[in-house]
Design a binder for this molecule. Sequence first.
Ligand code: PLP
Length: 400
Amino acid sequence: MKYAASRLDPVKPSASAWVSQAAKAAIAAGEDVIDLGLGEPDFDTPPHIIEAAHRAALNGETRYPPTNGTVVLRQAVVDKLARENALTYGLDEVIVSNGAKQVLFNAMMATLEPQDEVLLCAPYFGQYKDIVLILGGTPVELICPATDGFILKPDALRAAITPKTRWIMLNLPSNPAGAVYSDDDLRALGQVLDDHPDVLILSDEIYEHILFDGRSFLSFAAANAQLKDRTLTVNGVSKAYAMTGWRIGYGAGTAPLIAAMTKVQSQICSGACAIAQAAAAAALNGPQDEVRRFNAAFEARRNLVVDHVARIDGLTLDPPQGAFYALIGCAALIGATTPDGTTLANDADVTAYFLKAAGIAAVPGSAYGLEPFFRISTAASEAVLSTAMTRLASAVAALQ
Ligand code: PLP
């Protein structure tokens, strides 16, 4: 008996979740494994946010919330977008969901017709592709090589747009490469999109606050005011406030799009957890010093990993400019032989070797549409990262 519907056939389970589960199973079995698979801050949620949740629960905020989010949180989002991103939205132009992931799913579910094309900038966050596949759309992968800084060039965008193109997905800064678009890069993409009025833009800005070397952040819709009605800005509290388990994300866009997404959400869940929404409002409205402290820690860890990789023959890494990952090039390892005689044919073999030989869980670049690379999360302490990098260096040195 086949239980899964055929629409799931092309969909793979999330690679980072799978790698992390394998690492956890190995750790539970007593193996010495460092899990750098999952993209999750290792910090605790700041106490004032937890206290806000506690107060909300004691105050009786324990009933179904409005499907599109509580007024308090949507107002906090409206205020945040105005204050930090120079974007003006009304309460009916914001939806709150169970994480940015659900915002992405709602948006695609609400808008995609079968075979509609969605442009993805490879390397991309794997979920973008799988949501499109689940919904019967066609993901179109645009390769953004390391030589271009892993960003999409305007000519490549122009060449990829067809009458079937429904969305272009952008991720600023990007997971997994930590790539950042300059203000001019964003405007240049906007100019191409000006000529294609039927294409929607999804700007996933969940790593907005994790930005290095003194860079400042510009939202796609702020860089391209003329495209604001066609842009869905996606964000959430998971990464900036160390709140991955609270599951709160939000989207801002034109009211008819948000209404369609709310219709989807009303059939999936009755909105996001009311208590977590109170916590997220406290995060957005409250002091932001912890966000800055987290960012400084992520930058120091980025530096540590870049320094280590520079000393490992066979690996390459241009310093990530944001987010908390390192997408490390391993082309020189392909074709090498491990001490037990296995030939490394691709980056999945490389990560399997690292898990076995070095006890390091990393995700192959193929999961993000670009080979041969592997991604490690740098959201681990400097001590853990130092040990991990030393072990990786030994594993690479042991290859023939
Ligand atoms: N977008 C990107 C680019 C991500 O990397 C992630 C999480 O890894 C998400 C969205 C999902 O975040 P959330 O925890 O809000 O669902």
